[in-house]
Design a protein around this ligand. Sequence first.
Ligand code: SAM
Length: 254
Amino acid sequence: MEYIKENDYVIIYTSGKKYCIKVVPEKIFTTKTGVIKLSEIIGKPFGIEVNNNFVLKPTIEDIILFGAIRDTQIIYPKDNFFIVSKLDIQHGFKVFECGTGSGALALTLSRAVAPDGMVFTYEKDEKFVKNSKKNIEKFGDINRVKIHFQDIKDGIDEKDFDAAFLDVKEPWEYLDIVYNILKPSAMLGIIVPTVNQISEVIPAMKSKFCDIEIMELFQRYYKLNPYRMRPEDRMVGHTGYLIFGRKIFINDNK
Ligand code: SAM
């Protein structure tokens, strides 16, 4: 069994709401249903109930939604988790990402490549480099992530990547650079919020990538009432379009 320790991050689950807090013994946390003295949960097992609040171990989804500080648009779990599987990320992989943003995708990628892989992520804005570093130090393994404060138009320092992902405004401008740092047959993923951007990306991808797919994911939650099983009335209508392709080997000597 795993027990709650001082300075752990935990989720307080109460009446369908979640809060991600650090277990600082001197502090108390108050919810609608009561007070939790944090000193009193240290040494107790995860899952305990205190005044109708449940103390849970954060999942990667909890970390992205309730723990990490978001100062950029992020890739939400719906797309984020799919991307990691679609790119076939495995332990030992060397993965390229741009831009780092708040580190939401980097956190998920770094878990997937553990214990011996590495994520190399590039971010041109220093403010976002600092925030994403803090998020990854708090909630992930910073030894699995190298954050470069660098605009990729000035180049990418590493090569021979097993997979790459672009979450930038004009991905078509970087396809040549990314092609050169990927291993042949490796996957490239891209997210863009508008159809106009897809129209720019696809023609630029076609000469260097095959098996190109464009998709959009929808996630619909259901109400919990077993006697009136039906979807929730509201859902997130749009996050982004996902584009995937595989690097073609081009033999220049032919
Ligand atoms: N995927 C990230 C996440 O899940 O947290 C969010 C990425 S955010 C939407 C896009 C980021 O790309 C911004 O922080 C921006 O500064 C960075 N960016 C855009 N173009 C870039 C470039 N050419 N080189 C490096 N970073 C870039």
